[in-house]
Each structure stands twice: as structure tokens, then as C-alpha cells.
Ligand binder design. Sequence first.
Ligand SMILES: C[S@@+](CC[C@H](N)C(=O)[O-])C[C@H]1O[C@@H](n2cnc3c(N)ncnc32)[C@H](O)[C@@H]1O
Length: 232
Amino acid sequence: MDPRANAPSSIVEWTEAEKYQNSFLIHEQDDTLELILENSINHGLPSHMPVSAGEGKFLNLLIKCLGVKRVLEVGTLGGYSAIWMARAIPEDGKLVTLELSETYAQVAKENIAQAGFGDKCQIIIGPADETMTSLRPDIPFDMVFIDADKKSYPKYFREAKRLVKKGGVIIVDNVIRYGNVHDKSVNDENTVGIRKLLADLKEDSRKGEIEATTIPTVGEKGFDGFLYAIKK
Ligand SMILES: C[S@@+](CC[C@H](N)C(=O)[O-])C[C@H]1O[C@@H](n2cnc3c(N)ncnc32)[C@H](O)[C@@H]1O
């Protein structure tokens, strides 16, 4: 039978498909993450914004398999993805995460401390196009995860290239946005930002600076994609 004939047609069904996978691959009972999501909601943080559990675990596995020690994240929210990553970062490693909202950063600080990673994670508050530009780390980062305002993605990616080591990895979330990015009739500033990032990446690749690919994703977060890039 052609599996496409029976493909789910709604996000609700795709969410079930993702839950089924997770039921085999991700611990059902993760009290720490459940508590921090609950704390975030209680403080009024948007519940649809954190990465999915599968994406969080993907970041976690990537850190383990690449031996990543130093991670920069753009877009902290309540610290959900930060905690998934901090779990994989070794004791002598560090995660720096950038957040615009003081309120969100305060909740993330509580959540990250609650998860036991207060010493491993540093939250820097302010607009990332300023805080990221002002970073001058002694040792470059091994990995950068970009998950904030999409209109600034071209700038964040340029800064990520400056801040990550040669051979380091840059992951960018939400690059498909329900298929809006390739649809030229959609021209909001976030979609345009991702389109510009892709054009920049084409040029980076031509110059031999970056190699990248997009993994489309589907599930509880809808139709989207993770962009995975290596600095050459
Ligand atoms: C999708 S959420 C991040 C989710 C988080 N990575 C997770 O998975 O748990 C995007 C975050 O970026 C933050 N943000 C938006 N614009 C920003 C900016 N200019 N500078 C820094 N952070 C920004 C938002 O406040 C929000 O917390």
C-alpha cells in the first residue's frame, strides 16, 4: 500500500503520530520538564513557543554525539530547550542564552535553577541583535541554537558564524513556517527574514564558508523545519 494514501490531514492527527514515536523514545514521566512547563504557564509565558520534546531531545543528542561543551542559544523563553541542552553539556561546559523579555528571563532563571543547571547556564537579557553583537568569548562556541524573532535571523546567523568555532554547528528553528517561506505571496517581516537567511546561506555556501540543510518537521508544532549548518 502507498503510505501517502493514508496520510494524516490535520495537525491533531500529526500530533498523535508524534506522540506515538515519543511513547517509545522519550521518557513519559519527566517531572522536571513538566514542572518547569507548568511554572512557565503559571507565569503567563506562551505555551506554544518551546521546542517539542522530540526537538529538545534531538538537540540533547547532538550535543552528546558531537562532544559539544559550549552552547549559545538565541531565545530563552522559560528555559525549556536550555534545560534539554544543559542536560547533555558536560560539567565543565556552559550554555549562554539570550532573551529579550526580563519577565521571561526571570522565569527561565527559576526553571533552570530548579532543574539543577543554575551554575551551567547564563541568561543575558536584552535585544539579541545587541547582546549577541557584544559577545566576545575567549573560546568560541561549539554550537549555536537560534530560536527567536525570525525577522532578525540573517543578523543572528551572521553573528553565529563569528561566534562559533570552525567545524561548529548552527541550528535554526522554524525555517519552513507552515510552507509560508517559499510562498512569495506571504511577506510579513518574519517570513521575509527567513527567506533572506536562505539567500545568505546560498552565498555562504558558494564561498565555501557554510554547509547546510533543512530537516522538515511535522507534529505538535505543526509543519516546520530545523536548519542544520556547519561552519567550514
Ligand atoms: C520560540 S521562543 C524560544 C523558545 C525556547 N528556545 C524553547 O524552546 O524553550 C522565542 C523567544 O525569543 C525571544 N525574543 C524575541 N525577540 C527577541 C530579541 N529581539 N532578542 C532576544 N530574544 C527575543 C522571545 O521573547 C521568546 O522568549
